[in-house]
Design a binder for this molecule. Structure first.
Ligand code: ATP
Ligand code: MG
Length: 625
């Protein structure tokens, strides 16, 4: 298994809460924040009560937040497990250091963004347990949209032009690409690079006025066409797009490039620590260059004030057997490979929630995978292990029979007087928490057991139900005695097979006076215990069992062919029986079904009339996975 990044040891408590933080392992991000706090880097910073320029913040109070971080998704798809990691990291650091984390939509790219995604993202972040509104006393709700800054970004562009640090280039995209050079060759200057400030202001105004078609001109930062860092070779910062934006409509036909917009968004919101993934490391010099220039005055006015935000990069979360790219996830949704963004097999937060992963288990996963500078792969099992660690103590136990086989207790009426007699039984809701109470149920003459709890001819070491038979040595062997869990000892007397030879019904006798919890319980020793449901109580339910969505550990490594690795057997629906108390539960209720693993009532499809349960994960990792 290719998991160079073994999970660090589990923290002392398996259920992180947002109120008490267990001692958390340090990492380079924590160290950076601690250094800044010790040095007072951000201590004198003023906060205008929202996002704004230098003048706006200057008239504000001393910032009550010790540090400011942000989670800045682009609303062009649903969030996935990688985003969950980023959310836990950013909101978690803010919480741990007396700071705040802003929820910001980085919605500066009109083509792929949508309000549906905005709503889904807000819901997912809240569900994960984080809140940008709890800071009302510290200056209102910290929910921001980068598109609200289009005016300020436009001003920033004009500011750069005035400083002589930006120019309108009207060459074709191909010409500009050719002039960029490569790692070995310096770039060459555009013929438009020497334009005067006034000419640039006029041409930029023309771009904004709408008379130029898409691609006719771009605004470029004027830095260094020979820089060894390609990102500093006069990057484009504004482009023409005659496309309506989901929030600003037709107000703009020019839009800022991501690399220009993002540092400005951070500075306007007075972010102190701007955390992103490693692919942005090469952008950091531009990030710093841009903010530095915008904090220089033009006609006595700086757009941004020090202290400026700083960017820190960490290794993105990579998980085996899934893809974590919104583009790829969108493709699977659009092509119907999955049922939607919340398909329980997808690593979207909506899919993980519906599958039954808890918010606490995702927080635990985020913590255990740490924050580092080294790219690594995490095995999918980190999620399952975190889920078990979260739910083992929390989830009530229950019974479901996934492959039902009928068992008839033929001497029932002889022992109890009548076939309609029901024997009351009870099981603890949780074996280690008796204070939570018991779940009552009853035993009758016909029950459902699991198909694999019966063998017509037992193999060595099989201690569950088998009938009287002749073994390999020709010896006559009696039927087995087992305990119906929390009920009676029974003795198997025979079975009926269908035309295909498969068992369709098992027969047994109740052994009187052996009920669990009574003095006679230990009078007969048994090696096997069988889970069961009384047929008179059992309710039919659909149970969905999942396997990895991709057979390959790293499907994305296969370039454009990644979709070929989709596992055709990743979803199995079985007709099962469950105990009746499960049916009335609301969607997203969790249990441990004895012997089968952790289950949840399906968020979308479960109801009392049509009960549907998803298996989140089995009790243990399957062998060979
Ligand atoms: P995708 O490639 O899936 O579209 P993205 O990085 O383009 O992801 P954004 O909406 O821009 O998506 O990301 C919002 C935040 O989530 C960013 O700060 C980004 O660094 C972080 N993020 C995205 N994917 C991961 C990941 N796999 N691990 C950690 N953080 C991530
Ligand atoms: Mg992106």
């Amino acid at each position: 298994m290719n998991t160079p990044n073994a999970a660090p040891p589990a923290p002392e408590t398996a259920t992180p809460t947002t109120t008490e933080s267990p001692a958390r392992p340090s990492n380079f991000l924590r160290q950076a924040i601690e250094r800044d706090l010790a040095a007072g880097t951000y201590a004198q910073r003023r906060w205008g009560g929202g996002a704004g320029d230098a003048a706006f913040h200057a008239q504000g109070e001393l910032d009550p937040a010790a540090v400011r971080l942000r989670f800045p998704p682009e609303p062009n798809g649903y969030l996935h497990i990688g985003h969950a990691k980023s959310i836990c990291l950013n909101f978690g650091l803010a919480r741990d250091y007396g700071g705040l984390c802003h929820m910001r939509f980085d919605d500066t790219n009109p083509e792929k963004e949508d309000d549906e995604y905005v709503r889904a993202i807000l819901r997912d972040v809240r569900w994960l347990g984080f809140d940008w509104a709890s800071s009302a006393s510290r200056g209102g709700e910290n929910l921001y949209f980068a598109s609200d800054y289009f005016d300020l970004m436009h001003r920033a562009a004009v500011h750069l032009i005035r400083l002589g640090l930006a120019y309108v280039d009207e060459q074709s995209a191909d010409d500009m690409r050719r002039q960029r050079g490569d790692f070995a060759t310096p770039g060459t200057d555009s013929p438009f690079r020497g334009r005067s400030v006034d000419e640039n202001l006029a041409r930029f105004a023309a771009m904004k006025a709408g008379g130029l078609p898409d691609g006719a001109a771009v605004l470029r930062a004027k830095i260094d066409m020979a820089s060894p860092n390609m990102n500093l070779r006069d990057p484009a910062i504004y482009r023409i797009r005659h496309t309506a934006h989901h929030r600003t409509g037709d107000a703009w036909c020019i839009y800022p490039m991501y690399t220009f917009a993002h540092p400005i968004e951070d500075a306007l919101e007075r972010i102190s620590h701007s955390i992103c993934t490693l692919e942005f490391e090469d952008q950091r010099p531009f990030y710093d260059w841009l903010l530095e220039q915008l904090s220089r005055p033009v006609e006595g006015q700086a757009l941004l004030a020090a202290p400026l935000p700083r960017q820190y990069e960490f290794a993105r979360l990579n998980l085996t057997h899934v893809v974590t790219s919104k583009r790829k996830l969108l493709q699977m949704v659009q092509q119907g490979v999955v049922s939607g963004w919340d398909d329980p097999r997808l690593p979207t937060i909506a899919g993980l929630r519906r599958r039954g992963y808890t918010a606490a288990s995702l927080q635990l996963m985020a913590e255990r995978t740490g924050a580092s500078k080294a790219n690594a792969w995490n095995d999918y099992s980190v999620l399952d292990i975190a889920l078990r660690d979260d739910l083992d103590a929390k989830a009530d136990r229950a019974v479901a029979i996934l492959q039902p086989l009928e068992l008839v207790l033929d001497n029932w009426a002889d022992v109890f007087g009548s076939d309609s007699h029901r024997e009351p039984c009870a099981a603890p809701l949780h074996p280690h928490h008796p204070e939570r109470g018991q779940r009552p149920f009853t035993l009758g003459p016909r029950v459902w057991i699991e198909l694999d709890d019966f063998a017509a001819v037992p193999s060595k070491g099989f201690f569950r139900l088998f009938p009287p038979h002749t073994d390999a040595a020709g010896q006559a062997k009696p039927g087995s005695k087992v305990r119906l869990k929390y009920g009676y000892v029974i003795e198997c007397t025979g079975f009926e097979a269908g035309a295909d030879g498969q068992p369709v019904r098992v027969h047994a006798h109740v052994v009187p006076d052996t009920k669990s919890g009574t003095p006679g319980a230990d009078s007969v020793k048994v090696k096997g215990v069988v889970t069961w449901l009384g047929q008179h109580e059992a309710v039919a339910a659909e149970v969905r069992l999942f396997d990895h969505l991709f057979l390959e550990e790293q499907p994305s490594l296969d370039g454009d062919d990644w979709m070929q690795h989709v596992n055709p057997q990743s979803l199995q629906r079985v007709q099962a029986f469950v105990s009746p108390d499960l049916v009335a539960a609301p969607p997203l209720a969790h249990w441990q079904f004895e012997r089968h693993g952790y289950f949840v009532s399906d968020e979308r499809d479960h109801s009392a009339a049509t009960p549907v349960f998803n298996r989140v994960t089995a009790l243990k990792e399957a062998k060979g996975k």
